[in-house]
Write a protein that binds this ligand. Sequence first.
Ligand code: G1P
Length: 292
Amino acid sequence: MTKKIRTAVLPVAGMGTRFLPATKAIPKEMLTVVDKPVVQYVVDEALEAGIEHIVFITGRYKGAIEEHFDIHYELETTLKERNKVDALEEIARVLPQAGSFSFTRQQAPLGLGHAVWCARQIVGHEPFTLLLPDMLKNGKPGCLSQMLGAYEKYGQNVVAVEECPPEEAFKYGVVGVGDGDMAGFQITEMVEKPPKGKEPSNLFISGRYILQPEIFDILESQKPGAGNEIQLTDAMVTLAENQRFTGVKFEGEAFDCGTKVGFLAANVAYALKRSDIAPAFREELELILNRA
Ligand code: G1P
């Protein structure tokens, strides 16, 4: 029997320098894809998979995320007065159960591994999932639900992977592939930002993890790695000496909203799935493409 995954950790402390000036006063996680902030999609993915507690690793100037998930009396009163039923329902849907979201701060940008370590007291000694909000995954079931299938079968640690062109692998953490199939294979090695020609496969770790709490003890003394940052992948390599890591190739569409092209593509793809706006949007898009 595997222990239920109750807690999701979402690191949201990054400064979003790639999206300046948009992100000078607005957290990058609050940039919208169609009409929802990016972070909301990832929270929805976690809740769909049965997560009960969401821990945000936040930082200075990130208050808008906390506001987004809180009650907004003035807004609700105005919507009620104007009889805006749909908007009221959507606002109510976004509001988490009291006490089910926690926020703690990463005080300095020391790397993803350090951000995860900041969650250790809140998560406690139980397995958890880590979701990087830059990565939007559009699948049915959602990416975390797909991973939970492999977790129930193999236990221990699970990461979602995606394919990338070999020349892009140096941007990511890349895994080596052992026994199994794409719904659950043994990971034989993990390399963060492999130099060109040294990547173990074309499968990269794509922002979704199920991890055992022993990762926190390893992170505690983890030395900086690639980019002089405390890398989560390096700590996972140590954990893999004693525990299994299973790779799951996500079935669905994925968008790296940490890049401008990925973010714009996500907007187009999600808009084309919305029955209320897709027909009109498709017409506009065709006009634009014909002009370009
Ligand atoms: C992080 C991880 C890396 C992973 C990537 C995409 O890198 O360290 O292993 O492949 O996210 O999810 P970063 O984008 O922070 O450089």
